[in-house]
Design a protein around this ligand. Structure first.
Ligand code: 3PG
Length: 306
């Protein structure tokens, strides 16, 4: 009997676990659950005899993989897989997959929700502004970016995008102006929403030189990864520009400094909330289970990352 471990520091909604368990029961697989675990050792202890592992942002590094001799597949129930050591997985003959798109709407709704909150001065009673007719630049037009664009159009925003990996044809087909040059997009967009992954190329790429191009009353929204921000550059622009605001679903390393210096112009969720809806948990969790069953039963390698 195949053993599947769900290991999540941030647990799935109970409704998602119920559906995942039902599918695994039907396939004749055994489900083990490790939630809110205290440290890496707890994960290492739990992976020892499992064939498959489902995680969220949980770190799956060489040490974890080396302690899992039966492990054949890890599925990151979500989009970003910077928490998984792909090289170590490949060396251990472990297939890694993600579940792209499954939580994209949840993240996109949070983007617009946080934008409204900041436009209304965090609901402090003072007159705020509207999103209508403002320009929103989407930095990376993937699954989340597309959903942000769709919802922002409902607010009558002027939506533009930059993504070197997506053709202009695809962006423009959605009625969105495509910017080949990232600096040009930042210069035109009062709001910029970040949807780039954290990679060697993108880490600290959102820096002072880029941010200084943004027009008056600039708002930067980050529901991607904290690592993509050059925090010193962001602190510098916020110091120079009292009109500049930053909203993030991932608190920066220098959270205390941002909070003590710019309290009115920042907002950080206490815990990464983008994918924290029952719907997104069900979508990503069920997809992860289906991918595991299909991998074992049909050797299906769709969404393999390594
Ligand atoms: C993702 O990459 O899918 C999102 O950042 C969600 O991450 P989470 O599953 O840890 O909430």
């Amino acid at each position: 009997m195949k053993k599947v471990l769900i290991a999540t520091v941030k647990p799935f909604a109970p409704a998602a676990i119920t559906k995942m368990k039902k599918l695994l029961d039907e396939a004749g697989y055994d489900l083990q659950i490790l939630e809110k675990y205290p440290d890496k050792q707890a994960l290492i202890d739990a992976v020892k005899n499992v064939d498959a592992l489902i995680v969220r942002s949980d770190k799956v590094d060489k040490e974890v993989l080396d302690q899992a001799p039966n492990l054949k597949i890890v599925v990151r129930a979500g989009a970003g897989y910077d928490n998984i050591d792909l090289d170590a997985a490949t060396k251990n003959n472990v297939v890694v997959m993600n579940t792209p798109g499954q939580n994209a709407n949840a993240v996109a709704e949070l983007v617009l929700g946080m934008m409204v909150m900041m436009a209304r001065n965090k609901y402090n009673g003072k007159p705020g502004t509207e999103l209508k007719a403002k320009t929103l630049g989407i930095h990376a037009y993937g699954n989340v970016g597309k959903n942000v664009a769709r919802i922002a159009k409902g607010f009558d925003m002027n939506v533009v995008a930059h993504d070197p990996y997506v053709s202009s044809e695809i962006v423009e087909r959605d009625g969105i102006k495509d910017y080949e040059n990232v600096e040009d997009m930042y210069a035109d967009a009062q709001y910029v929403s970040l949807h780039i992954p954290a990679t060697k190329q993108t880490i600290k790429s959102i820096n002072y030189d880029l941010l200084k191009r943004m027009p008056e009353n600039a708002v930067l929204i980050n529901t991607a990864r904290k690592e993509i921000i050059d925090e010193d550059g962001l602190l510098k622009i916020m110091e120079e520009r009292p009109d500049f605001k930053y909203i993030s679903d991932i608190a920066p390393d220098k959270k205390d400094e941002f909070e003590s210096r710019f309290a009115d112009r920042i907002f950080f969720t206490p815990k990464k909330m983008g994918a924290q809806t029952a719907e997104a948990n069900i979508n990503a969790g069920v997809a992860a289970v289906k991918q595991i069953v299909n991998f074992f039963e049909n050797n299906d390698l769709t969404y393999k990352l390594n």
